[in-house]
Design a protein around this ligand. Structure first.
Ligand code: MN3
Length: 254
């Protein structure tokens, strides 16, 4: 049985790497490409060395300083949102998985409804926040280019139409939620979803490419009740190359 330390090290090497591959930067996505073809289909009994049980989820590092997104998002709001809220979803996700493991061990599924809800809520929160932080950058182009731009023009009519729908979806979330630009692999098209909480109102199997958090914790300290102002300003710090890299990774994975 692995020691705690070796398991933790394995988590860093595998769990975090896997999360970065699916959610992270262009470089991480390219690194992930190598992993996808490693499995030896010729010997079903033989498992690749990195097929060990995944460890707990770990939050990806913030790809910039807490103050880097100011003045659009000030240092205090980024620090709290990342260190407290985002960390909380990862903690909740790991706790849900641990409790489900215990339930299986004890054969006691009396809390299965609550634990399933915790798993979906915190798991979706962890995924969406990871994409959120890697969707923002202090600089970068104002509009997407390349195949992502082509896809947006094809599926929404124009970049302006896509942007307007994304921001309107964000602005009109009832309560806490997100707007999500996603690739829907079954139909092979881009869609914009309006998620309530983290996990409600999705299409199974979509790959989120760009997400906008409209929970009050994302903007209230700085913008108070002016959600529209927050949205107009956050639209100016989108990391379109990172969004495009996720789109390319999604196209490669189908
Ligand atoms: Mn949030």
């Amino acid at each position: 049985m692995p020691s705690l330390m070796s398991r933790r090290e394995a988590t860093k090497a595998l769990g975090l790497g896997a999360l970065a591959v699916s959610l992270g930067s262009a470089a991480s996505a390219r690194a992930g490409e190598k992993h996808e073809h490693r499995h030896d289909a010729g010997d079903k009994q033989k498992r690749p060395a990195d097929a060990a049980a995944p460890g707990p989820y770990e939050m990806a590092p913030l790809p910039y300083d807490f103050g880097a997104l100011a003045p659009v998002l000030n240092e205090q709001i980024v620090r709290l949102h990342y260190s407290k809220h985002t960390a909380g979803y990862f903690k909740g996700l790991n706790a849900a998985l641990e409790q489900l493991e215990q339930a299986r061990g004890q054969g006691d599924f009396s809390r299965i409804r609550a634990l399933s809800r915790d798993l979906a809520f915190n798991g979706s929160g962890a995924v969406l926040h990871t994409i959120y932080w890697s969707s923002l950058t202090p600089g970068g182009p104002a509009e997407p280019e390349g195949r992502l731009r082509d896809g947006i023009d094809r599926d929404f009519g124009s970049f302006d139409a896509c942007r307007n729908q994304l921001l309107e979806a964000a602005g009109s979330v009832q309560g806490s939620g997100w707007s999500v630009l996603a690739y829907e692999p079954f139909g092979g098209r881009l869609v914009i979803l309006q998620a309530e909480n983290h996990e409600d109102q999705t299409i199974w199997g979509v790959r989120p490419l760009l997400v906008i958090d409209v929970w009050e914790h994302a903007y209230y300290l700085q913008y108070e009740n002016r959600r529209e102002e927050y949205l107009q300003r956050i639209a100016t710090i989108i990391d379109w190359p990172a969004v495009a890299a996720r789109y390319e990774a999604a196209l490669r994975s189908i």
